[in-house]
Each structure stands twice: as C-alpha cells, then as structure tokens.
Ligand binder design. Structure first.
Ligand code: ARG
Length: 596
C-alpha cells in the first residue's frame, strides 16, 4: 500500500478503500463496490465493506461468493491482519499492527498530523457573535461566539481563507433610546446643542456600567410612554440621517461598547478579524434597492417594497422578503442583504456561514433566496445558516440568573471558574497560577459543555457536570493532556534527555492498538467536522481518544518499561496523542494548562 500520494498523506480509510477496490476490480467487479466504512461492530472488526451485498444483484451471484473472491485476493495483504467474508456477504477488516504503526509514525512526522490543507482554498466569511452594542453581552450571544470561533478555526486549519466578522448590531431603535435618555438626563450636553459647531469631546461622557443601566431603563420606559418612544424613534431617524451631535454621541456608545465586548470575547478566546457593524452596510442600500427595482425583482405590495421568494416545493409558507417598509424605512432584512453586497465586494466569498439562533432560520431562508434570486450573490456562493438551540437552565427554560434576570457572560465565566478552582487538586502552585489555571479550565468547561452538543439542539447548562474532571467534559480532556505532559516530563527526567526520534513499533497489546486506531482517524475527522459544520464531532473524537489513552496508560507501565525500544515507541505514541489532543482543543478555542 502506498502511503504517500505525491506530497500528501492519504486518509487511512481511503488507503483501505483503494486496496479493497483494487481487489473488486481484479475479481471482475465494478470499482464502486469497493466502498469501506468504519465498522459499526467494533467488537468484531475495525472496518467493513458491504460492497458484495450491493454487487450481488448486478452480477446475479450470492453475495458471500463475491465477498469470498475479494477476500481471497486480499489474504496476503500486509495491511490487514485479518480480512474475512461473513454471511450473508460482509467483508470484515482488521488492520495489521505494522501497517497501523507505520501510518501513525508518518502522521507524527507530518505538519498537521497528516491533515492536508485543501488544494483550492476558499474565501469564507463566518458571521458570528452578533452582539448588540450598548447591551451587555449575555448568554444568548455565547453560543454564537463559541460555535463560530470553532468553525473559523477548523476552516483555517484546513487552509481556507476565513474571515470572522462580529457583525455588530448598531442600527436599531436602541441607539435612539439611549440618545433620548441621555438628553433627558443631561440636556446641557454639547451633543444636544444644535448651534455647536466645534469639535466634540474625545472622552466619552459615560462608562460601560452607565450605558448598561441606561439602555434597559430607556427600553422599559418607552414601553409605557408612547411619546418617549416616538422621541426615540425620531432620534434614531435623525442619527441615521447624519445629525452631527447624535453621530458623535453614537460614536462614543460604539467605542465604549466595543472595548467592553473585546474584553469579554478575549476571556472566551474568541477573536474577530472584523468588527463590521450593521451601519457599515447602510451605504450599499440605495443602489441595491434601485437595482432590485429596475431588474423587476422588487415590487410594491401594500405600500411596502418586497421580493417574492416562495418556491413550488415549499411545504410551509415562505413569505416575501421585505426590502423597504411602506414609510421607506429599511429593515433587518435590508441590512443583511446589503451586507451580502458589501461582503461580495470586499471578499469575493465562496461561502458565507451565519452562526445565529435557530429561531432566525426562516428569516435567513428568505434572505438567502432573495440574494440568489436577485443575483446580488453568485449562484455558486454557498450561503449557510448554522442555527443553534438554546442554552437552558435545569428547569428546561432559557438560562437565567438565580434572581431570574439575564445572566451576564462575565458572571457566568466567574461562577464556572470558581467551581473549577474548588475542584483543582494540584495545590503545588502559586495563587496566581492557580487562578490562571482555573480560568483556562473554566472556559474549557463552558465551551466544551456547549460544543459537545450538536449545535441545533438545546442543552442544559449544568455547572456540576461541566466542571467535573471525569466523563465527557472539557476538564477531563485537559486533564488527559496534563497527565501526558507529566509522564513526558518524568520520562525526560529519568532518561536525562528528550526523545530523539518518533519511531513507533507495531502495537504489543489491544489497548495500544486501540490508541493507534483512534489517532489514525484524526485527518478524516477534521475534514468531516468542518464540512458538516460540526464541532461536536471534534469533541466526540477527543473524548474517545482520551478514553483510549486512559486505557492504554492503565494497562502499560510506561515509565517502568525495561525494553528501551518499546518504551521509546510508547513515549512517541503518547507524544502524538498529546499533540493531536492539543490541536483539537485549539480547534475548539480552548487551551490546556501545564498542570491542574
Ligand atoms: N444582532 C443579532 C441579534 O442579536 C444577531 C445578528 C446575526 N447576524 C446577522 N447577519 N443577522 O439577534
């Protein structure tokens, strides 16, 4: 079996597939019957091929006969330690330990553990985070940030050109509400003096804490006082029309908010390349609307400007996409469409992925259809809605504070960090280091608790479970890495040197085979997780790999091993294990400490 095809390292499943396919062809069957999958009976075999069952019909032969012919041709293969035909026609495959070991050894030598960068990198925009300025970051925005960050990292790892955009919500009534409330409290501010023509102050007139108090207050007040709401709407309109004083004030709101948001996102290891705002898309609107009208896509219905987006195959009603309200005002839709125009201009994207609450699914369906129909984006540009479910409390309702309020992200991180701190056993470190470790592990607990669920599903935030050092949790994964680090340090101390080369011997027992088998699936897993926008597959993989390591470690006394060659091979093996776990942890936006 050829390990390298040109420069690149093949996926192990593809190598098996090629060999099996070759045998099918040699035996006189079509190539397509040589498909191979990971076994769904790991107790019986590692991989399987069901092609003989499928071929039976075409060749009018009993499937077991076909399977036997193919198996006979593969009996001598060095890749398999066992390959057998099983009634009614399955082919069960067990890899040879020599083949597996050489594959893992090659992975260890490769840049990204054998995960190849794509030949044709795509330009991809990931729209995630979506915080609204002047409002505190709360847990509702948490999932978007966590999932989006991982999608971005996965894409980059595979060599794509990925741009992460926070797409700030800064274009709504909330701006007018804050301005109105500021004016009520501080009518003397220069921002409200229409006669003022000088430079406005560069220092903001409020802190984030003040802003956070102003917005909810103004919002609640406006609900009870229609004249106040009207004033806020008017202020929004004036701001959007470019009123100088309001614009200056709005700039302060923006800066104060963004600084605060950045601080919070940094705590979460979330980093945006772009901090574009809804307002940045506004200049694209007039031309876009004109174009949609001229091309006959948009028409007036009940005074509003709309584009029909329903399709014959629709099972549920998909209402028209509204571009302008009857009073000429733009909507959330209009902004999103204009943002597509902007992104096409700036990035010529091959794909735009939106990581947003799944309750916005129909909305995005309308926007996507409208964008495609009106050709503001090319037919081949992939627009994807990655909708996520809600993070619930133990009562099954959206997560709240104990007092029933909206939980602030900072508070959430703090509570999870404290819980981890209580659980840490390694007390042989300074207070400062312990705090830093608790922070890393806490963030991992939070993120892993989220990412290990399929994004579209709701999940329950369970502080106790998420912070546990055992089971399918972030801390358990990190703890596995920490354990490997400590074994490696012990080895180094005893051997008086680092390991010189990563030679890996064929496994000497079952738990070792299990660990190698897990390692060998890394590249395939990464590709799938990205293609399916499924970070939970990374979590599943590292959980399985950590368990395989735990078993291997339990059954093999690495440090006490007398056979030097064997010991070095094991050290190599756990070094690769650690490297892959660390890579995956990074793909999820988490970090492992050196001890915990
Ligand atoms: N700011 C919005 C919200 O809080 C989310 C933005 C999602 N992204 C988008 N392109 N519409 O609901």
């Amino acid at each position: 079996m050829q390990l390298h095809m040109g420069e690149s390292m093949k996926k192990i499943i593809d190598m098996i597939k090629e060999e099996v396919t070759e045998a099918f062809v040699k035996a006189g069957y079509e190539e397509r019957y040589g498909m191979v999958t990971v076994s769904n009976r790991p107790d019986l075999c590692q991989y399987q091929c069901n092609g003989a069952l499928a071929a039976a019909k075409q060749y009018k032969k009993a499937p077991i006969m076909i399977a036997n012919e193919v198996v006979d041709l593969l009996k001598e293969s060095k890749s398999f330690s066992d390959i057998s035909a099983i009634a009614p026609g399955f082919i069960n495959i067990i890899l040879s330990d020599a083949f597996l070991a050489s594959y893992v050894e090659n992975m260890a030598k490769e840049d990204k553990y054998g995960c190849e960068e794509v030949k044709a990198p795509q330009s991809i925009v990931v729209d995630y985070g979506g915080p609204n300025i002047a409002k505190p970051l709360h847990v509702g925005h948490l999932r978007s940030a966590i999932i989006g960050e991982s999608i971005k990292r996965l894409g980059r790892f595979l060599g794509h050109k990925v741009v992460g955009d926070a797409h700030l919500g800064d274009w709504g009534l909330q701006m007018g509400l804050i301005i109105t409330e500021c004016k009520k409290r501080n009518p003397q501010w220069v921002y409200f003096d229409d006669a003022f023509e000088g430079e406005y102050p560069s220092e903001p007139p409020f802190t984030m804490a003040e802003l956070e108090e102003i917005y909810p207050y103004a919002n609640a007040y406006s609900k009870e006082h229609p004249e106040y709401k009207e004033e806020a709407q008017n202020a929004t309109f004036l701001l959007q029309s470019g009123k100088r004083g309001y614009k200056a004030l709005w700039n302060h709101i923006l800066n104060v908010s963004v600084n605060d948001l950045k601080k919070n996102y940094t705590k979460l290891n979330v980093e945006f390349d772009l901090w574009k705002k809804e307002s940045d898309a506004q200049p694209y609107i007039p031309d876009m609307v004109k174009y949609m009208k001229e091309e006959g896509y948009a028409y007036v219905s009940d005074g509003a400007l709309v584009v029909d987006v329903k399709e014959e195959t629709d099972k549920k009603e998909v209402p028209p996409c509204m571009i302008l309200k009857s009073d000429g005002a733009t909507l959330y839709n209009t902004t999103d469409l204009a943002t597509i125009v902007e992104r096409v201009k700036l990035f010529q994207p091959d794909a735009i992925t939106y990581v947003v609450d799944k309750r916005q699914e129909l909305y995005f369906e309308q926007v996507f259809r409208c964008a495609k129909k009106t050709k503001i984006v090319g037919e081949d540009v992939k627009l994807t809605f990655l909708g996520f479910g809600t993070m619930n409390g133990k009562d099954g309702k959206p997560f709240k504070t104990r007092e029933g309020g909206v939980m602030r992200l900072e508070t959430l991180i703090e509570s999870i960090t404290n819980a981890v701190y209580e659980k840490m056993t390694d007390r042989d470190m300074s207070e400062e280091e312990a705090k830093e470790v608790a922070r890393k592990v806490g963030v991992a607990a939070l993120k892993y608790g989220d990412l290990s669920n399929q994004a579209s599903k709701d999940y329950v935030f369970d502080l106790e479970r998420f912070t546990s050092f055992e089971g399918n949790t972030g801390p358990y994964i990190l703890y596995t890495i920490v354990r490997i680090k400590s074994i490696l340090a012990k080895y180094k101390e005893k051997a008086g040197k680092d390991l010189e080369q990563l030679a890996i011997l064929p496994a000497s027992n079952e738990s070792e085979t299990g660990l190698m088998l897990g390692i060998s699936k890394f590249n395939d897993m990464v590709e799938t997780a990205f293609a399916e926008h499924a970070p939970h597959k990374v979590c599943q993989y590292i959980y399985d790999l950590s368990n395989a390591f735990a078993r291997f470690y339990h059954e093999n006394k690495i440090i006490g091993e007398e056979n030097k060659e064997r010991q070095e091979s094991w050290i190599s093996l756990i070094t690769v294990t650690k490297g892959i776990l660390e890579t995956c942890v990074d793909l999820l936006g988490m970090e492992a400490p050196d001890r915990m």
